[in-house]
Ligand binder design. Sequence first.
Ligand code: OAD
Length: 259
Amino acid sequence: MVDESNLSEAVAALKRAVRVVVSSGAGMSKESGIPTFRDALEGLWARYDPAELATPEAFQRNPDLVWAWYIERSEKLCTVQPHAGHYAIAELEGLIPEVVVLTQNVDGLHVRAGSRDVVELHGNLERFKCSADCRGRPTVIDLSTISYSKDHAPPCPYCGARVRPDVVWFGELLPPEAVERAFEEARRCQVMLVVGTSGAVQPAASLPVEARRAGAVVIEVNPAPSFITPTAHIFLQGTAGTVLPRLVAALRAEQEESP
Ligand code: OAD
């Protein structure tokens, strides 16, 4: 159960805020049925060896295996929906002047729930690109315009290099413009709401540190402590799907009571 005094403190911080940044990780999507990366047993990596699937070397070594895994994950997205936590974050936009979502997730669920300013730090599973970025970074390839099979990485229609998912693999740089925007927003916000991330991966893990250094109140939503927790002023223990709707409903009630 979420600690009521922590919830009230979080509502008070949000009520004072003009700019709020939400920084989300895989835990944000777990209640939509998408496994996280590091949860024991069911974590995505528990079943696969990331070095075999999510690196440029793996794609070089076995493009068809990597392609098939990503096509499977991409197609799974048609079967999942945003949950109440995603919709609560989208609802924040009606309560707070400026809301920006910085997500490590590649599932597009924040946008599908209605969030209008989403920075995808690690790319998007539903977007594919030429692995040589032959026409600029990224050279997006619309799969509906080419013929391809689920088992073979198709050739880029422009240059013949293989088509790959437009997601950040281990060892790759994040999209520079996304990183720049993310740290700029972290420095400008009055509140950063960190949801469902272990804080195990950089540079996303540094965003709350930057926000706190710049004077923001850092609120963490997670069923368990993480590497982020020591940086958080307020820790709301619980899942995204239960805590976020409660937090947003309490903020709405507070604003209606004393605008
Ligand atoms: P992790 O799997 O590392 O962490 C998931 C976090 O979500 C953990 O802290 C869990 O306690 C928490 N969690 C689990 N269920 C939750 C729920 N229902 N509600 C809220 N939180 C919950 O995932 P990330 O931190 O996102 O990078 O991992 C970051 C990056 O590691 C991924 O973007 C990916 C991976 O390498 C790339 O692919 C480049």
